[in-house]
Design a protein around this ligand. Sequence first.
Ligand code: PLP
Length: 361
Amino acid sequence: MKGMLNFTIGPVMSSESVLAIGNEQVPYFRTAEFSEVMLENERLVMQFAHAPAHSRVAFITGSGTASMEAVIMNVLSPADKAIVINGGSFGERFVQLCQIHGIPYSEVKLAYGQPLTEEHLASLDGQGHTAFVVNMHETSTGVLYDMEMISRFCKANGILLVVDAISSFLADPFNMEALEADVMITGSQKALACPPGISLIVLSPRALERVAESKTRCMYLDLKDALKNGERGQTPFTPAVSVLLQINKRLHEIDALGGDEYETNRTKALAADFRQKIQTLPFKMFTNSPSNAVTSLSPINVSAFDIFITLKDEYQIWICPNGGDLRDKVFRVGHIGALTPDDNTVLVDAMNDMFRRGLIR
Ligand SMILES: *Cc1c(COP(=O)(O)O)cnc(C)c1O
């Protein structure tokens, strides 16, 4: 796979310094030194998420879905009545998790590529809901939801706001305190640009209270246990040690450059550069409320999946295909990870070459 240029939405390309850590022996982790790394990770994640005072972070060894499930199990309960926004496969995942764990919910099903609007929310106003569960960026379609609108709704209804920001954290501006969000979830393989293996959950004081009162019975995803161990910078079970060291390196690098604001601006500029460079190609934007993390595009006369295959096999470039109903209609180009405007040029040159060959028309 050496030499592949990766524009998928995770795992994404890592910096040389992050890669170098993956090349080292894995250190023993029940040490004061590793605890120090973990406490720093917690502090920097809370800083970049703009978490309110007295928040905490739980680190889970597992992909993003493990943290989604941990939140549904430990923060919500069968006494809740949740609103779940389902605009694609990640929203659908929350619907399934609520079903599996017996959480009552109202589902807002959106057509693929469509944003959430005031009209959707109006019908839910004052209906006795207790929690709002949303994927800030529905990565499967590239739609970024209006978090300020959602936040206003949650404040007006006095309800808990649970945000899966797995592909948005460090790519789109996110301020947990201003939004009064209670939970933020992210994962190591998206804009954190590390290998997969770690997901993490930032919990506000209100969410921490819910965890403390939770009657959920489970071992591996028990957040009480994770938070208790986390007080001394440890985890209940062997974590993905190397990935946590890589996260530490990456968080320090971002901090030195100007923090989350620097990184979201860099991502925004990279996305704008790509969107400008493809203007002469026969693609339509699949959504008009895109995240900085992804550009989802519909080719006009050819299969989106075929474009993915040709770029992979003939140009050594990965973009992200879609599945299901959107397989031939949409492909996605990511702007997260160690990518530059020059990399965008390489991809757009390949697309222009495919255009000349009649493979894009
Ligand atoms: C990537 C992603 C996830 C998690 O997927 P995993 O494969 O479990 O890491 C969840 N939600 C969103 C919005 C994502 O982009």
